[in-house]
Design a protein around this ligand. Structure first.
Ligand code: NIG
Ligand code: FE
Length: 394
């Protein structure tokens, strides 16, 4: 067997590794100044000062620019059809966001062919990749029938192993909540489970209550799916505490939190995944990231890219919002969008640049990662390697 081609990227002005063994000198981000990285096949083979870099088959000069781990976007809803920009316009002139808009997208998604859904997801995944996202989770949730949930997940599976069954997004028209929960936990789960790793529930007023969420997550667990939850997005409620009680890997949104919710998160390993693009796009108050981190809660950032509450695919925007609006430090925000995104998917092979990890690297046209928040809205990503393969070069 031939050894895989090796590449050394030298001249990295500032390297973000997220490697905890480098924390003493490099802080939370495990920063290495004047660095080099060697990639062999799909993995990182070596990381260190450029002056000590070993030789490799191919040499790339970063020209003093910064390199960071690829973003890990642990929450997205990319399988959909249709456009809800008019709903966004109405919100910007005073209408509130409600869960009911989901049904508009369900009708369009059901009417789309598999090919149309696949090419739409491909376009969004390419858009994300060009902005530095190298790993992502994709949920179903706009099919809401046995057939349409299963095919939504089959479409998503073509792009990622991190697929999530969200049949419990809202109760579709023409059925009762009781009948729908029975469908989700029965035939729909059976059809979805072969295509999914995770199960999720929108636990919220107007969607599913805590008891229904508990029932649905338990059924998912019996079918081998791991749980995650949409909770406390629009109102205070019991979703966050349910997630902590069940020891879920992540609970997402966390916009309206009581003191008890924060204590539950602090006393658990459950990660609070904050989605600041949603608050930006719905004019809601932002979650209290600073308070959560200061309380000792594990926090991740993700895009929640979807046609209703937030149609951004930009993790850099989420970082800028987290820093400006939620008082995260730039280092905390980047860590939350990479290493913590990986943790929110229970993955230890991504989100970190260290020997043996997946070679997912992003070259920024900037001397420091700080520019992600310092230069909001500017497309700084100039190179992307995904599992060692150069996939973006501008
Ligand atoms: O995460 N909150 C539930 N689901 C999505 C929005 C879905 C929609 O409005 O289409 C979210 O925000
Ligand atoms: Fe969501």
């Amino acid at each position: 067997m031939s050894t895989p081609l090796s590449t050394v990227i030298t001249g990295i002005g500032e390297l973000v590794t997220n490697d905890p063994t480098r924390a003493e000198q490099g802080g939370l981000l495990g920063l290495v100044p004047e660095a080099a990285v060697v990639v062999e096949g799909s993995r990182v083979a070596w990381v260190g000062p450029a002056a000590d870099a070993p030789a490799a088959d191919v040499q790339v000069d970063a020209g003093g620019r910064a390199v960071i781990p690829g973003f890990v976007d642990s929450h997205s809803h990319l399988v959909f059809a249709g456009d809800r920009s008019a709903e966004f316009e109405a919100r910007m002139t005073g209408e509130p966001y409600t869960a009911g808009g989901i049904r508009t997208t369900v009708a369009k998604t059901r009417a789309a062919t598999d090919e149309q859904l696949t090419s739409h997801v491909a376009r969004l995944v390419a858009e994300m990749r060009a902005q530095g996202t190298t790993s992502l989770e994709i949920k179903s949730g706009y099919g809401l029938s046995v057939h349409d949930e299963a095919r939504s997940l089959a479409v998503a599976r073509q792009f990622t192993d991190e697929t999530t069954f969200l049949g419990a997004h809202v109760v579709p028209a023409g059925t009762t909540p009781e009948d729908y929960v029975a469908l989700v936990t029965g035939p729909m789960l059976a059809a979805a489970a072969p295509h999914a790793r995770w199960i999720d529930v929108f636990c919220e007023d107007g969607a599913f209550d805590v008891d229904q969420a508990r029932t649905i997550l338990a059924a998912g667990s019996d079918s081998g799916l791991r749980g995650r939850l949409h909770a406390n997005q629009l109102t205070y409620g019991g979703g966050v505490q349910l997630a902590c009680e069940l020891g879920l890997v992540a609970v997402d949104h966390c916009t309206f939190l009581s003191e008890l919710d924060v204590e539950s998160l602090r006393d658990s390993r459950t990660i609070a995944t904050l989605l600041p693009g949603v608050e930006f796009s719905t004019r809601q108050p932002y979650p209290d990231a600073r308070g959560l981190i200061d309380a000792g809660v594990r926090v991740a950032l993700a895009s929640d890219c979807n046609p209703g509450s937030c149609f951004t695919s930009s993790m850099a925007l989420c970082i800028a919002l987290a820093v400006r609006e939620m008082r995260m430090s730039p280092a905390e925000a980047l860590h939350a969008a990479t290493a913590m995104g990986a943790a929110a998917l229970d993955r230890d092979d991504i989100g970190v640049l260290a020997p043996g990890k997946s070679a997912d690297l992003v070259l920024l046209d900037a001397p420091s990662y700080l520019h992600l928040a310092y230069r909001p809205g500017v497309p700084l990503v100039t190179g992307v390697w995904q599992a060692g393969r150069p996939v973006v070069s501008r």
